[in-house]
Design a protein around this ligand. Structure first.
Ligand SMILES: [Zn+2]
Ligand SMILES: [Zn+2]
Length: 110
């Protein structure tokens, strides 16, 4: 694990001295270790890049794990990585970043 080093916010350059950055976005707590980001910028990014959960319809904020199941259309469908939403047949999971998916991993069929 990384030691607590003073870093600056990737978006605005302000010093961020507490990590993870924690914000409450529409009733969901979001903890972000990477990237280094201040709370104000994180909230802005949530508003900009949150996607809708295909199961519960709630927002999935950026910088969180998501379940992905290829939809019938060309767009991937995202679901929350929680027991309620991730059981709807998601075939992949990944890390939702700034409007795109990182580290998409296929879940072993079982
Ligand atoms: Zn910032
Ligand atoms: Zn959901």
């Amino acid at each position: 694990m990384e030691k607590t080093l003073k870093k600056s916010c990737e978006e605005c350059g302000r010093t961020v001295d507490t990590r993870p950055t924690v914000v409450d976005y529409q009733g969901q707590e979001i903890f972000v270790f990477h990237p280094v980001i201040c709370r104000a910028c994180l909230l802005k990014l949530c508003e900009r890049f949150a996607v809708r959960c295909a199961n519960c319809g709630g927002p999935i904020p950026p910088f969180t794990q998501v379940g992905v199941h290829p939809g019938t259309d060309s767009e991937n469908r995202f679901v929350h990585m929680n027991p309620t939403c991730s059981t709807v047949g998601s075939a992949f999971h990944g890390y939702w970043g700034k409007g795109k998916l990182y580290n998409s991993v296929q879940i072993e069929a079982c």
